[in-house]
Design a protein around this ligand. Structure first.
Ligand code: G6P
Length: 608
């Protein structure tokens, strides 16, 4: 996720902006830039790579003189990491400079509109559209132009804006992307995260959606889109900087778990337009889709577990046979693939060595490769025929949560897209799936609101020696992820089993007090699951059940139940995974483990 900082005051802006951006580096970024009002012009300096590159380029800020400015660290979404795509983005004459966090969902149609009017674009970013629109609608009143632009853009945004016609004002706007105004003495700030400005002020105002802050040296006025003044009450920040980096959470993993509704929404909503799944980024034609005889999925770790869910979903919706394999196995097993095979590669980092090698092997055999990747411009993204990005933002905790959830979200979009191209969905089914998909972020939010129940259960069980996860079909796929999450960060031995397979060996490990997490979200398999629950309970197991809220038949059969909201069967994994992540997190936290950096593990495994 990108970072924003802005300054207006009596000191030189550029060094303050650079210092603020430094405090946002922990969030991950691929380029950085600043814009400063300097003697009648807005001067922009930006560069791909580390902040250090930018710093050296402008000699720590000495090269750009001025007391009003905005800065940004970019995590690429639209357009690869590059100098041109870095922010600030400017309007055609250079009058306006803009920094932006979030995604402008309708940027393509706005860009086309402006191009028809003769506006030339330099970058591939959605943000440039905002800068260009500001100039297009500017007729002497900047606030009017901002209001007009807000009425045109759809999506999520935190925006910092400066204009060369007004050296005394910094503008800030937000919708679905955090932005705070920092209040100082004769100086004021904006920031996407408090750490960026904490060294200079602890008094802040949080902007709400559709609020426009007009920030001058001596004061701040906040307006709504009707240009009515909104009274704001400042808030005092008492956290220290390390807590602030984590948004007040104790660990990045907790923060990232809580970010999932937004991450899933950011990944889904720009791709549903006019009641259709629109995958602009992929070039596959319906004829090519119809020609695929099989789909292979390759990935590692949690991304592999997304692949296991995807197998069930893709086969169910498309009726095309799907094989799923861990990349390190796939690459050495002489897989039988050719140009009639679609290979789906899933990776958060886009750099996992085994996954990249599997991709190359697939391409060598002539297969078409479509990847689902979080890091724009990464090796896997670059070498794939098509890429669908998950817009999860950077993930810092080693144990993935929001990347997993957004990968799953892309799998749903893709499954609907492919099934539709194959003529497998009636218009009613298609509309139902889209409705279900769009409802997911809110349902995830609802689960997170009840996290205390899981915290309580974890507090009763964090001393467990072995924990088994069982489920059938999609619930089995979820069991695998629940078990991996737990062992990664809590170091408790854990395994996942297909519930029907228990009696073929695993059940011999169950004894008095063994903890078993039983996933029972799938209606058609519920009774079968309850038989398996009885089998383990008869051997003394303690059972935590995960079930859908309108199915109370599980009560009395397990020792503790965590309910998730109802959704169509194929989308329940997106909901079931949340309590499993929370359970792993709370158990590890109660054991005092190093949650964000578990022993022996790395976030991105770039060696074989
Ligand atoms: C590491 C991480 C896992 C991740 C796996 C694959 O093992 O700890 O969380 O699932 O790599 O990473 P990728 O970046 O390819 O998704």
């Amino acid at each position: 996720m990108c970072g924003i900082v802005g300054y207006i005051g009596g000191d030189q802006a550029a060094p303050i902006l650079l210092e603020g951006l430094e405090k946002l580096e922990y969030r991950g970024y691929d380029s950085a830039g600043v814009a400063v009002y300097d003697q009648g012009r807005v001067q922009i300096a930006k560069a791909k790579g580390r902040l250090q590159v930018l710093k050296e380029m402008i000699h720590g800020g000495d090269d750009i003189r001025g007391t009003l400015g905005i800065g940004h660290t970019r995590w690429a979404t639209h357009g690869e990491p590059s100098d041109v795509n870095a922010h600030p983005q400017a309007s055609v004459s250079g009058k306006f400079a803009v920094v932006h966090n979030g995604i402008i969902e309708n940027y393509l149609s706005l860009k086309e509109y402006l191009m028809r009017k003769g506006v030339a674009f330099l970058s591939e970013t959605d943000t440039e559209v905002v800068a260009q629109l500001l100039e297009y609608y500017y007729h002497g009143d900047i606030l009017d132009a901002v209001v007009k632009v807000l009425s045109k853009v759809e999506g999520s945004y935190g925006l910092g804006i400066i204009c060369e016609d007004d050296p005394d004002t910094l503008y800030a706007v937000r919708k679905d992307s955090p932005l705070v105004v920092g209040l100082g003495e004769g100086e004021n700030f904006i920031a996407s995260d408090v750490p960026a400005i904490l060294k200079r002020t602890r008094e802040i105002c949080r902007l709400r959606d559709n609020e426009i802050a007009v920030i001058r040296r001596c004061g701040v006025t906040v307006y709504n889109t009707e240009k009515e003044v909104i009274p704001k009450t400042p808030e005092h920040i008492s956290w220290d900087i390390s807590a602030a980096e984590k948004g007040g959470y104790e660990h990045f993993m907790a923060k990232e778990i809580m970010e999932q509704p937004k991450a899933v929404r950011d990944t889904i909503s720009p791709r549903i337009r006019g009641g259709r799944v629109v995958l602009d980024q992929i070039t596959l034609t319906p004829e090519q889709i119809r020609a695929f005889q099989r789909i292979f999925i390759v990935a590692c770790g949690s991304a592999y577990h997304v692949g296991v869910v995807a197998k069930y979903i893709l086969e169910d919706l498309t009726r095309v046979p799907v094989e799923v394999d861990v990349a390190s196995e796939f690459r050495y097993r002489r897989p039988i693939i050719d140009e009639k095979v679609l290979v789906l590669v899933i990776s958060q980092s886009g750099e996992t060595a085994d996954t990249l090698a599997a991709l190359r092997e697939a391409k060598r055999c002539g297969a078409r490769v479509l990847s689902i990747v979080n890091v724009v411009g990464s090796s896997i993204a670059n070498e794939s025929d098509d890429v669908l990005y998950t817009w999860a933002g950077p993930e810092i905790a080693v144990a993935t949560t929001k990347a997993y959830s957004t990968q799953l979200a892309v799998v749903y979009l893709l499954a609907i897209y492919l099934a539709d191209a194959l003529g497998r969905l009636t218009p009613e089914q298609y509309a139902d799936y889209l409705r279900e998909l769009e409802a997911l972020p809110e349902k995830i939010e609802k689960i997170l609101e009840n996290k205390k129940d899981i915290q309580y259960y974890a507090s009763q069980n964090f001393n467990a020696k072995d924990i088994f996860f069982i489920g059938r079909n999609l619930d089995y796929a979820m069991s695998m992820e629940g078990s991996l999450k737990l062992k990664e960060i809590s170091y408790i031995h854990s395994d996942a089993y297909a519930a029907g397979e228990l009696k073929h060996g695993t059940i011999s490990l169950v004894e008095n007090g063994t903890l078993v997490v039983a996933l029972a979200t799938q209606d058609r398999l519920f009774d079968k699951m309850m038989s398996n629950v009885k089998e383990v309970k008869a051997r003394g197991a303690q059972v935590l059940g995960v079930a859908v809220e309108d199915n109370r038949k599980i009560e009395g059969q397990v020792d503790f139940v965590f309910y998730i909201p109802r959704a169509c069967d194929i989308m329940l994994p997106s909901l079931a995974v949340i309590p499993l992540q929370l359970f792993a997190y709370y158990v590890a936290s109660m054991k005092g483990c190093d949650i964000d950096k578990p022993r022996n593990l790395a976030k991105s495994v770039t060696v074989e």
